[in-house]
Design a protein around this ligand. Structure first.
Ligand SMILES: NC(=O)c1ccc[n+]([C@@H]2O[C@H](COP(=O)([O-])OP(=O)(O)OC[C@H]3O[C@@H](n4cnc5c(N)ncnc54)[C@H](OP(=O)(O)O)[C@@H]3O)[C@@H](O)[C@H]2O)c1
Length: 184
């Protein structure tokens, strides 16, 4: 017998109770939305199969799916699925927790575009996601970083530049946070 008081985070990825926890958590969120206590409900780290599974139990579809998304983890399939199903994809770790902008990764495509526009790589990364219709939530601890990140809305990347950034994940993939693909 499943028990939601058992922390979902403590379940093994292969534990069959994961599905039940997702379902019951969603039902609780739906109740809160119906009661007017929260306006919008969504999920995080859901792959296409987790979103498809929701069609079996959700009466309110998720408004948003927050996932790791950047040029080293460009999940085109998930983006297409979310767009088709009216779910906003929201990127976390757009800056690879800082590693994509502090020189830790060799990204000549990003450097070249940054140099051409005379715009820092951080803004190119954020604009790449925004031009894909993805929401961004970069974490910044200083006013200087915050202001710099807002500047990402003030220029456009060409289709060729978008394609070049899209292609990075074909030669190099990296995940900076946890991998939900193991969760059954
Ligand atoms: N749903 C989930 O499972 C999940 C998982 C991970 C993260 N998140 C959320 O996603 C959000 C994003 O955070 P994240 O931790 O993934 O990191 P991130 O946004 O990829 O990167 C944050 C790092 O980038 C640096 N940075 C920010 N703006 C910069 C700029 N203009 N120039 C240079 N460096 C800059 C920050 O440094 P400073 O701090 O010095 O500004 C920080 O070290 C957070 O709200 C987090 O809670 C969600």
């Amino acid at each position: 017998m499943c028990n939601l008081s058992q922390s979902t985070a403590k379940l093994k990825p292969t534990d069959s109770a994961n599905r039940w926890h997702r379902q019951e958590s969603w039902r609780a969120l739906e109740e809160l939305q119906r009661a007017g206590k929260i306006r919008t409900i969504g999920v995080s780290n859901y792959l296409v199969r987790h979103l498809e599974e929701m069609k079996e139990y959700a009466t309110i579809p998720p408004a948003i799916n927050q996932c790791e998304f950047h040029p080293l983890l460009f999940n085109k399939g998930l983006l297409g699925y979310c767009n088709k199903n009216g779910i906003l994809l929201e990127a976390y770790s757009s800056l690879g927790e800082g590693h994509l902008v502090n020189g830790d990764e060799d990204l000549p495509e990003l450097d070249e575009i940054s140099h051409r526009h005379q715009i820092p790589p951080v803004q190119i990364l954020l604009k790449w996601a925004l031009q894909h219709g993805v929401a961004v939530i970069p974490k910044a601890s200083s006013a200087e970083h915050l202001l710099e990140n807002f500047e990402a809305t003030r220029f456009e990347l060409s289709p060729e530049e978008m394609a070049k950034l899209d292609s990075i994940s074909e030669r190099k993939q990296k995940r900076f946070c946890w991998d939900s693909s193991k969760i059954i």
